[in-house]
Design a binder for this molecule. Structure first.
Ligand code: AMP
Length: 424
C-alpha cells in the first residue's frame, strides 16, 4: 500500500457533519448584512503580489513573512490572498464603482491564506467574513460607529456574548507620522532590551512593537508615556465622537491606546474584538479606517472603513448549546417498521420534502431500536413511524423527540397536509 497523503498542515477539511453549522453562519451573515444594506462581492483567491505589497505594506508581517506565492513559469507573480481588503479595493477601482454609486457597502465571505506556523486557532487556510464601506466624503464618526456596531451585532447574532471590543485611533496620516517618530524616540534607548523581532520592527514597522506578546517588550511598552499627544485636535474630536455614538448605540467598548494593527493602510479609528476563552489566538476580528488606500492604489480620492471576522475562531468560541441553536436540525426521521412498506415509506418521504420538511429515513431494514438510535444521532426533532397496522388505519405515528410526546396523525386518502403542518 502506498503512503497516505494528508491534508496540508494548517488546513482543514470541513466535513459533511460540520457543514450545517457553516451554512447557518453564512445565512445569519447574509441576513445581517442585508439589514445593514450591504451587497456581497466575490473576488479571486489569488492576486498580483504587487497588490498586497502596495496595500498592506512591504514591511508588514503578512507580506514579509506569510504571503503564499504561487510558482509560475511565466514572469507574473501571484500570491494567494492573505486578507480581503486589498482585493476589494482593486475591484472597486477596476470597476469604477465610484461612478456607479456614491457609497459602496460591500461584504464578502471566503478563504484567506497565510504561511503561518499552525497552532490552535491559527491556520494557513482560514475563512473570513468581511465588510468594506468605500465612498466620497464618508469619513464620519457616525459611519465608523455603525460599522463597528455591525461587527459586534454579527457576533451577537451567532449567539456569542463573552467577547470584548477594544478601540483606538491612529489619527490622520500626519498624526501617524508624528506617532511613529515619538515611538522611535521613546524606544531608541531601550532597543537592546527589545526582543529580536521588535528590534527588526523598530525600522520596518515600529507600531507593531506596541502589540508584541513578548513579556519584556510588553513591560517596556506599558511604561511608555506617549498618551495621545500625537493627535491633532481634529483627530481627537473625531475619536471622541466615535465613542459617543457607540455609547448611544449601546455598544460596550474599552479604549486601548496600544492597539495599532500591523498594516500600513490604517489611519484614524482601529478596533479589535477578542474572546478571552480562546487562549493565545484570541482575536475574533478586527478592522479600521483606511482613507488613503484607494488613491494610493491608483483609484479616486475616497474614504473607506472595513473589518474582517475569522469564522474558525467564531466556531471555536461557540459553545455546544450555541452551535446546536444555530444548526438547522432535521425535522423528521421516518421509521419504516415493515420491509414491505418501503413503497409507502419513500412516498411519505417525498411528500414531506415537497412540503419543505427536511426528512430522511433508514435505507436498510433494521430494528426499531437501531432506527431510533439513528434518528437520535442525526438530531432529528421528530420521528414518523409507519407499520402495517398504521397503514391499514390510514395514520402515521409521530413522536416529538424533545418532549417525548407521541400521537397519531391521519394521512387518509394520501393527504399529508396535516402531517406537514404538524412538522413545521
Ligand atoms: P487580521 O486581518 O489578521 O486582523 O484577521 C482578522 C481575523 O481573521 C482575526 O481576528 C482572526 O479571527 C482571523 N484570522 C487571521 N489570521 C488567521 C489565521 N492564520 N488562522 C485563523 N484565523 C485567522
Amino acid at each position: 500500500m502506498g503512503n497516505k497523503i494528508a491534508v496540508p498542515r494548517g488546513t482543514n477539511d470541513i466535513l459533511p457533519e460540520e457543514m450545517p453549522l457553516w451554512y447557518e453562519i453564512e445565512s445569519v451573515v447574509r441576513e445581517c448584512f442585508n439589514l445593514y444594506n450591504y451587497k456581497e462581492i466575490r473576488t479571486p483567491i489569488f492576486e498580483d503580489v504587487g497588490l498586497f505589497q502596495r496595500s498592506l505594506g512591504a514591511t508588514s508581517d503578512v507580506v514579509n513573512k506569510q504571503l503564499l506565492c504561487l510558482a509560475s513559469d511565466k514572469k507574473e507573480g501571484f500570491a494567494l490572498r492573505p486578507e480581503g481588503t486589498a482585493s476589494i479595493v482593486r475591484s472597486y477601482i477596476e470597476n469604477s464603482m465610484n461612478r456607479k454609486e456614491a457609497l459602496s457597502k460591500l461584504f464578502y465571505i471566503g478563504s484567506m491564506f497565510r504561511g503561518e506556523r499552525p497552532q490552535k486557532g491559527r491556520l494557513r487556510q482560514f475563512h473570513q467574513i468581511g465588510a468594506e464601506v468605500i465612498g466620497t466624503d464618508v469619513c464620519s464618526p457616525y459611519l465608523d460607529a455603525d460599522v463597528i456596531a455591525l461587527s459586534v451585532n454579527l457576533l451577537k447574532s451567532f449567539g456569542l456574548n463573552g467577547f470584548k471590543l477594544k478601540i483606538n485611533t491612529l489619527g490622520s496620516p500626519e498624526d501617524k507620522e508624528t506617532f511613529s517618530s515619538m515611538l522611535r524616540g521613546a524606544l531608541q534607548h531601550k532597543m537592546l532590551d527589545l526582543c529580536e523581532d521588535c528590534q527588526d520592527r523598530f525600522d520596518r514597522n515600529v507600531f507593531r512593537i506596541l502589540d508584541c506578546k513578548n513579556k519584556e517588550c510588553r513591560l517596556i511598552v506599558e511604561n511608555l508615556d506617549i498618551g495621545d499627544r500625537y493627535l491633532s485636535q481634529e483627530s481627537r474630536d473625531y475619536y471622541c465622537q466615535v465613542m459617543a455614538v457607540l455609547t448611544r448605540l449601546g455598544i460596550e467598548f474599552e479604549e486601548s491606546p496600544h492597539l495599532v494593527r500591523g498594516l500600513d493602510y490604517y489611519t484614524h479609528t482601529v478596533f479589535e474584538i477578542s474572546d478571552p476563552s480562546l487562549g493565545s489566538q484570541d482575536a475574533l476580528g478586527a478592522g479600521g479606517r483606511y482613507n488613503n488606500l484607494v488613491s494610493q492604489l491608483g483609484g479616486p480620492k475616497v474614504d473607506a472603513i472595513g473589518f474582517a471576522l475569522g469564522i474558525e475562531r467564531i466556531l471555536l468560541a461557540l459553545g455546544e448549546d450555541q452551535k446546536q441553536a444555530l444548526a438547522d436540525p432535521l425535522l423528521a426521521y421516518l421509521i419504516v417498521l415493515d420491509e414491505n412498506l418501503m413503497d409507502q415509506g419513500v412516498t411519505i418521504l417525498n411528500e414531506l420534502r415537497s412540503g419543505c420538511i427536511s426528512a430522511d429515513m433508514s435505507w436498510k431494514n433494521s430494528s426499531m431500536k437501531s432506527q431510533m438510535r439513528q434518528a437520535n444521532k442525526m438530531g432529528a426533532l421528530n420521528v414518523v413511524f409507519i407499520g402495517a397496522d398504521e397503514m391499514e388505519r390510514g395514520v402515521v405515528g409521530l413522536k416529538n423527540m424533545e418532549t417525548g410526546e407521541q400521537e397519531e396523525i391521519s394521512i387518509k386518502d394520501q393527504n399529508f397536509d396535516l402531517l406537514i403542518k404538524k412538522l413545521h
